[in-house]
Design a protein around this ligand. Structure first.
Ligand SMILES: [Mg+2]
Length: 381
């Protein structure tokens, strides 16, 4: 029998409708392999690299970039989806390819597990991923997002934190020409606190450019740029006269003795960034630094960050939560711990032009939290 196009469409249309009805009535029979996994309570983990485009070329004392390749994770089980993100950083020997490999290797840890045993899962992730801490962060964020969604609470609520208590976030200005720096500072008008990258021969010129446009409080980050304690002290004394609140990682991370010498003489707090990755690093830093900058990509996720906060508090150190260039996934995850700390620098998502997700927002430096469960993000995986 030869059918006209119209007859064919009418017939297949009926069949499709019939099949849909059958599928919904006998869903389990017609379910795809993916659906069967869901029904059996197995975990599914998808990994994707996305190119995040920077609004301005991003330059710090180490390097320069126009885009970042971040790795995203989608963790699904029992119909609940958790999202995570890794921002590989060359300073720590990380890249998107190796990070993706580590995530794929760690997938088996999630199979046949009760996700509420997340402390056990973290322990296994720590043992399985010993480099690419950002890969661990992506899985940890996705897992904790999943837990929050399964309990139907935002993570800040699960951890007993009041979002209204979160300090204001600073907005970062990378190293650039005087004209571009002035332009960036003008664009950042709504932010009450700026974080300025220093650590090159051009420090005075850069701070001068910022100060020619604004007198708002500034914080500076040398990213290990000053190589002797005398040079660092001289720069810090000058920075104090320019209304700087504190200095992040003035000298290379390994120069602990020199940093302790500097701290005794410094007129402003010294905060460790490159010198601290996980909780185990903190006790030895207490003599040389006034505070630590926690980043989920260094710690390997939220659970370790939580531990770091508690250890730093016990050692009477100040705590800052910072970030890499990240989308709203990792930024919103970090913001969940915001009310627990002294200083925030969560602007990574504001520096990119194609954020695939939305979550915590920022208005005049104040984080605006939503009441969605988990890390509270929505978007295009
Ligand atoms: Mg830093």
């Amino acid at each position: 029998m030869i059918l006209t196009r119209k007859e064919f469409l009418a017939l297949t249309g009926k069949s499709v409708a019939g099949f849909s009805l059958m599928s919904s009535l006998f869903g389990k029979v017609f379910a795809s392999e993916k659906d069967v996994k869901k029904l059996l309570g197995d975990a599914m983990i998808e990994v994707k690299t996305k190119k995040l485009i920077l609004k301005h070329t991003w330059t710090i004392s180490r390097n320069s970039s126009d885009f970042k390749q971040n790795v995203f994770v989608k963790l699904e089980k029992d119909g609940i989806v958790g999202y995570g993100e890794a921002a590989p950083n060359v300073r720590y020997g990380e890249n998107a390819e190796l990070t993706t490999r580590r995530i794929n290797q760690a997938k088996t840890i999630f199979q046949g597990r009760d996700f509420f045993h997340y402390i056990d899962i973290k322990k296994e992730l720590d043992a399985a991923i010993t480099d690419q801490s950002c890969a661990k962060a992506a899985l940890d964020i996705a897992l904790m997002d999943w837990i929050g969604k399964a309990l139907n609470v935002p993570l800040y609520k699960m951890w007993g934190l009041n979002p209204a208590e979160a300090p204001l976030t600073s907005f970062s200005i990378g190293i650039d020409t005087v004209e571009v720096i002035k332009q960036k500072v003008r664009e950042a008008e709504e932010f009450p606190i700026l974080k300025i990258k220093v650590g090159t021969e051009r420090d005075e010129e850069i701070i001068g450019a910022v100060r020619s446009v604004t007198d708002k409080p500034i914080r500076v980050d040398a990213n290990e740029g000053w190589k002797t304690k005398e040079e660092a002290l001289e720069r810090i004394q000058w920075l104090k006269s320019q209304g700087v609140e504190f200095i992040e990682q003035p000298m290379p991370a390994h120069m602990l003795e020199e940093t302790a010498w500097l701290r005794e003489r410094s007129p402003m707090p010294i905060v460790a960034d490159e010198a601290v990755k996980t909780a185990a690093d903190i006790p030895k830093l207490a003599k040389a630094y006034d505070g630590i900058n926690i980043k989920l990509m260094k710690s390997g996720g939220l659970l370790e960050a939580l531990k770091m906060i508690q250890i730093a508090k016990a050692l009477n150190m100040k705590i800052m939560i910072g970030c890499m260039i990240e989308s709203s996934v990792a930024i919103s995850a970090a913001a969940m711990l915001g009310p627990y700390v002294d200083w925030l620098d969560l602007d990574g998502n504001l520096l990119i032009s194609n954020d695939p997700f939305s979550g915590v927002k920022v208005k005049k430096g104040k984080l605006i939290y939503n009441s969605k469960p988990g890390i509270g993000v929505e978007g295009e995986f």
